[in-house]
Design a protein around this ligand. Structure first.
Ligand code: SAH
Length: 399
């Protein structure tokens, strides 16, 4: 049973919530002790008992909860969630009507009005991702709402919170409907992807890079060599190869990346043996490439925000300049570096500073060809800039 409690906001935080800032921070509320568990509905009031917002308590690294409505009388029930999901679907109408792309995000957390929850669509299957115990407490209500709003082949889930010590009767990722084939083949701008909805934390593709992949295929790849670092299942390599790249080289530390990348080539009728797929620490690979005097026409850099390997710790905010310098050295003149980061710790301006610094330190020259942020289906809340995490810059190396 979902509880509901009234809490008091510190005066200095009142206006930001009134203005639509969606994340409820720990320090903004006086009396958290009244809240017994995550998933509790919380009504925030000023010290003079004026209602400000209604939200829910859910702990994520980002905060202590998310705003649900500015209307005190609104009930957080099936109807509430269905209304949010319906308007999210309406916003993605173009995607539903596009046969060339069958994988896209339907609901993007606070961008669609409810932080802590995303819903992705994969060729008729839906994947719900719960980012806290708090939002997961609404599972049955949200499921009922989703079922009333879409026709589906099957519904899956991922829990992105610590389940240790919790009793869960739904340890499985599969929830209801038909099970998807393994792999499930979906399309993105006409290209196939092999997706696994029930095989660990990740399904095989990061949908937020869709426009970047298309750009590489349509405008950059033809007759070029492409090095894809932190390649995961090789999605950038696949688009490069289909765009006419002479050869792609994918480098990732994870052993599973090799069979996964081979599979992605195969489902697109490209012989994986015609491409290089290397399981290695990219920082070692850079050393090897410099020693062998290898040069690539396109170098894709898409590291995680933070990663620890046996020899290296990489943090995007601290080490991106270093990473760029490595890449610049093995990019041919007039070649292009596709520099990407999903770190919410810095914005595009700072990212452009990193690029500037890297070239300056190597006495190089460059030109920014174009840049990308999140695609349309990853709807962003204008009041929550942190949600606009993706930054991708196409950099031409001039010297
Ligand atoms: N570019 C990918 C997504 C990258 S996810 C895509 O478009 O699909 C991050 C990947 O970086 C993971 O697959 C992880 O195994 C890999 N990784 C992390 N640290 C690494 C390192 N030091 N060297 C090589 N790969 C690394």
């Amino acid at each position: 049973m979902i509880q509901e409690v009234n809490l008091t906001v510190k005066p200095e935080f009142t206006t930001q919530y009134q203005d639509g800032y969606p994340l409820i921070s720990k320090e903004s509320v006086v009396d958290w002790s009244k809240v017994k568990e995550e998933g509790t509905i919380i009504n925030l009031f000023t010290q003079t008992k004026k209602f400000i917002i209604k939200g829910y308590h859910g702990i994520q690294n980002k905060g202590y909860g998310w705003i649900l409505t500015h209307n005190q009388d609104e009930k957080i029930d099936v109807e509430y969630f269905a209304k949010k999901i319906d308007s999210a679907i309406q916003y993605r109408e173009d995607f539903y009507n596009d046969n060339a792309t069958t994988a896209f995000r339907v609901f993007n957390g606070e961008g669609d009005g409810i932080g802590g929850l995303t819903i992705d669509h994969f060729n008729g299957y839906y994947l719900l991702t719960w980012y806290s115990i708090g939002i997961y407490a609404f599972k049955s209500t949200i499921l009922e709402a989703l079922k009333s709003s879409v026709s589906y082949k099957g519904i899956y889930q991922k829990k992105r919170f610590d389940t240790k010590g919790m009793y869960l009767d739904d340890a499985d990722d599969f929830i209801c409907g038909d099970k998807a084939s393994e792999p499930l083949i979906v399309k993105e701008n006409g290209v196939n992807f092999a997706i696994y909805l029930d095989d660990g934390a990740m399904v095989g593709v990061f949908l937020d890079q869709r426009d970047v992949r298309k750009t590489i295929r349509d405008k950059y790849a033809k007759n070029k060599t492409l090095l894809n670092t932190f390649s995961y299942t090789g999605a950038f390599s696949i688009f490069g190869a289909i765009g006419g790249a002479r050869k792609t080289t994918s480098v990732d530390l994870a052993k599973r990346s090799l069979p996964k990348t081979k599979e992605q080539f195969s489902v697109n009728y490209i012989d994986p043996e015609s491409q290089d797929i290397i399981v290695e620490d990219v920082f070692n690979y850079f050393k090897y490439a410099v020693r062998k005097k290898l040069l690539f026409d396109i170098v894709v850099l898409d590291p995680p925000s933070f990663a620890r390997s046996k020899k290296h710790t990489f943090s995007a905010s601290k080490d991106y300049v270093k990473l760029l310098k490595e890449a610049i050295q093995i990019t041919s003149k007039d070649g292009v570096i596709v520099a990407s980061t999903n770190s919410a710790n810095f914005n595009m301006m700072r990212f452009r500073d990193f690029i500037h610094k890297a070239f300056k330190e190597l006495h190089g020259k460059y030109k920014v060809e174009e840049s990308f942020s999140l695609p349309k289906d990853f709807k962003v809340n204008p009041k929550f800039k942190e949600g606009d995490y993706l930054k991708v810059v196409f950099i031409r190396k001039l010297k």
